[in-house]
Ligand binder design. Structure first.
Ligand code: SF4
Length: 65
C-alpha cells in the first residue's frame, strides 16, 4: 500500500505554502493548480508538516494499492 498526498483542489487557495515548504512534492502546474509529483515514496515528516500548516486544510494522505 502506497501513501500519496492528495490535494482537494476545490478548497485550495493557492497560498503556495506547500510548494515553498516541500517543492519536491508540491508544484504549481501550468494550469495554476497545485500538483503532487509522482514519487515512489514521499517524505512523511515534511508532508505532515505541510498538511498541518495548509491554511485551507485541503491536503490528506490517500492509500493507493
Ligand atoms: S498549502 Fe494548501 S491552500 Fe496553500 S497552495 Fe498548498 S494545498 Fe493550496
Amino acid at each position: 500500500m502506497k501513501r500519496v498526498p492528495t490535494v482537494e483542489l476545490s478548497d485550495c487557495v493557492l497560498c503556495e505554502l506547500c510548494t515553498d515548504l516541500c517543492p519536491e512534492v508540491f508544484v504549481i502546474n501550468t494550469n495554476d493548480y497545485v500538483q503532487v509529483t509522482d514519487l515512489d515514496t514521499y517524505p512523511q515528516a515534511e508532508v505532515d508538516d505541510v498538511i498541518k500548516n495548509c491554511p485551507a486544510d485541503c491536503i490528506t494522505w490517500e492509500e493507493q494499492p
